[in-house]
Design a protein around this ligand. Structure first.
Ligand SMILES: NC(=O)c1ccc[n+]([C@@H]2O[C@H](COP(=O)([O-])OP(=O)(O)OC[C@H]3O[C@@H](n4cnc5c(N)ncnc54)[C@H](O)[C@@H]3O)[C@@H](O)[C@H]2O)c1
Length: 429
């Protein structure tokens, strides 16, 4: 198969229109005809009406784009450059769940034509594209990779809630099954990414690059969480220690906290899965995962200990938790560690109220049976500032005090109220 770089004839399909897929489809929709395919017809209906079901993209961003949204896989046949952006979660045993990825691959294989390209954007372990997806594409389409169609992998760096680092202004890593594929895939992505393209030397390198970005972040946060447990025993504040250490030029600025969501807390398990399959036991990465996963339980234990120390009985104490999403500035509650913290606090028989102006309330109720209140109701024995949403950072001390049943505890997970917690018994990570 010889590909002449002919961008004029490129028609793009994007399969999986979530946090990652929809912004990509919209960006390409300004430059190419695009087919946006998703298995969820309700989501497709909203997108046809210019609404992002994930709440990340504004309706204005749908204006002037050349996109046909459809839940009908037959529409994929119109395209010759297929992008896959479906979820890659883990199962209850922290094993990669390749179900959505393989099912999307099968759907595309059924529409694959000679001369087509398939580029995977879903995060996965190194070698997954060539070992799992390509054989399926070949078997179902009856075509041969390299001869009849080409593949690539281009990891996604979108950061929901972050308006500073966008698809267009962050360098995009791309890879292809051969030199020609690499050039063509680079040219296509080059049309929408202003920051530039990084051409990885192979598909496996691009897959590994993405997975280690998130693994590195996970491990660094785990180290900070462990340091915070040590600082607690030393009776010193972790954030004061980090501030002092941060004056050195090569000290990395990570902070302790809850690691939830569908990337940082999940992706390392894809790497450890592959590592074990190759005969290496990834002890350090798994130790980091273990540390981060135990933080909700640790914070709940510290909270209840301090409530009891104030002479209060847990079953008669009320806790206000501010924030329930997996991180600040988003509505997403998937794998929210705050939800776990709430469950842990309830297990100690504390009464817990949750307030979050941004959270997807339906999902919180459906997934965790947590009912979010519009605003705090009455007085609380402990207030937990769990997520650094902007409106919470603007709360003044007087308001905070008006919610407290003194003596009261302020649990400041991110250490943001350290210098303005007057009147409270203060604890942070
Ligand atoms: N969200 C992020 O911040 C982020 C950042 C970088 C990379 N990633 C990676 O990108 C991928 C997608 O993540 P996301 O957050 O956009 O997921 P998401 O859950 O927001 O969206 C996935 C979409 O895919 C659809 N879908 C599921 N199975 C499908 C199938 N077989 N065929 C067609 N559509 C299907 C769903 O209906 C949904 O609309 C994952 O691999 C993730 O790890 C995500």
């Amino acid at each position: 198969m010889k590909t002449k770089i002919n961008l004029q004839n490129t028609i793009i399909s994007v399969t999986g229109l979530g946090y990652v897929g929809l912004p990509i489809a919209l960006a390409f929709g300004h430059k190419f005809p695009v087919v946006g395919f998703d298995i969820n017809p309700d989501r497709i209906k909203l997108m046809q009406d210019g609404i992002d079901p994930s709440g990340e993209v504004t309706s204005e961003e749908f204006n002037g784009v050349n996109i046909e949204f459809s839940a009908n896989p037959a529409f994929l046949r119109k395209a010759n450059f297929h992008i896959v952006a479906v979820p890659t979660p883990i199962d209850a045993h922290t094993m990669p769940d390749l179900g959505p990825l393989l099912s999307a691959t099968i759907t595309i294989a059924k529409s694959l034509k000679p001369g087509d390209y398939v580029v995977f954007e879903s995060t996965t372990y190194p070698a997954c594209t060539e070992e799992e997806c390509v054989p399926l594409l070949e078997e179902i389409s009856g075509l041969s990779m390299g001869k009849d169609f080409k593949v690539g992998f281009s990891p996604e760096r979108i950061n929901p809630g972050d308006k500073e680092h966008t698809l267009s202004n962050v360098i995009k890593v791309v890879s292809g099954n051969d030199e020609e594929a690499l050039e063509y895939i680079s040219a296509v992505y080059g049309c929408i990414v202003e920051a530039g393209i990084y051409k990885a030397s192979s598909i496996k390198v691009a897959e590994a690059a993405k997975i280690i970005e998130n693994t590195q972040r996970d491990l660094n946060i785990a180290l900070m969480n462990e340091i915070s447990m040590i600082c607690d025993r030393l009776n010193i504040n972790t954030f004061e220690v980090l501030e002092a250490a941060g004056t050195k030029w090569n000290f990395l600025k990570f902070t302790p906290g809850l690691v939830g969501g569908h990337c940082i807390g999940v992706d390392p398990y894809y790497l450890t899965y592959k590592s074990k399959a190759l005969g290496h036991d990834p002890k350090i990465i798994l130790a980091g995962r273990y540390t981060n996963d135990q933080m909700p339980g640790y914070i709940a234990k510290k909270t209840v200990q301090k409530v009891v120390k104030q002479g209060k009985s847990p079953s008669e104490s009320r806790v206000l938790v501010l924030g329930a999403t997996f991180k600040e500035g988003v509505s997403d509650v998937r794998n929210s560690k705050v939800a776990e913290l709430v469950q842990e606090l309830k297990a100690y028989s504390l009464h817990v109220d949750v307030v979050d102006p941004l959270a997807d309330k339906e999902a919180l109720h459906e997934e965790y049976q947590i009912q979010v209140l519009e605003k705090p109701q009455g007085k609380y024995d402990a207030i937990v500032l769990a997520v650094a949403h902007k409106p919470f950072l603007e709360i003044d001390n007087k308001t905070l005090q008006s919610w407290a049943n003194f003596p009261a505890l302020l649990v400041d997970i991110k250490g943001l109220f350290r210098k303005r917690a007057e009147g409270f018994e203060y604890w942070s990570l």
